[in-house]
Design a protein around this ligand. Sequence first.
Ligand code: PBG
Length: 304
Amino acid sequence: MVRETELSPDDFIYPIFVVEGRGVRRPIPSMPGILNLSIDQAVEEARHAKSAGIPAVILFGIPAHKDARATAAYDSQGVIPRAIQAIKEVLPDLQLVADVCLCEYTDHGHCGLIQGQEVHNDSTLPLLAQAAVAYARAGADIIAPSDMMDGRVAAIRKALDEARFESLPILSYAAKYASGFYGPFREAAQSTPQFGDRRGYQMDPANVREALKEVAQDLQEGADMVMVKPALAYLDVIRRVKEQVNVPVAAYNVSGEYSMVKAAAQNGWVDYDRVMLEILVAIKRAGADLILTYHALDAAKLLS
Ligand code: PBG
């Protein structure tokens, strides 16, 4: 009766990693319980999410071939457009969030095009916009750019509008930190940078005013919702963003945060269910309206 924060499966967005092939269910060693799934299996996973009361999934694609220009990211017949179509066909009411980034599709593993030893911001923007339009045409409900290039929200908004997707919302990864907590994701997506790191475009963990600036900029460019990522070491950032904006705030409970809990639980060092729910309610209490989390299926079972 006096509880201030309610957690519900309704709060969750469940990430799914989609690979080429059929019948593929390849475990990701650093993320127990999470798999690389071919499209047919991703449909089944989406079905589980939907029946657990989870309203949305976010899709990450791992193409068969990576190249310097991330061609597979904006191919209208790429793994994500086909996955979107396949899931929509059987689950029209499940919200499909399409992550937009190049890092899973580049052979060098960076989130943008490379010139010399640097990621080139402006020449990356049209490719991100093209990817967004390809996912929109396939039936995505929400476009979620995670690349952290400057100006990408404006570029994507313009391209979507020109392709007559004026009402398709953008959830921008607005405050995304250069974080060690993405380690397991990079194993899952085989997207570890082959040289250098992402500190040129992702944020310094020490900064919070910069997060507010990034959020304000993305909103001005047309973002409809904003995200803070990672979540757990950044609860104060979630709170500050929540106080500054009047749009929905999402938080990404990222791969490393998930893997730590799984690993400790497997060792018998913490009670998985208890610690998981404590973490998720803390993220919500900090101000997140939406939580992207690999725990979504486990948590939804406990909450319903
Ligand atoms: C980039 C992207 C990353 C994650 C989501 N989108 C990784 C990165 O920046 O290296 C990380 C998510 C996670 O760790 O769970 N496309």
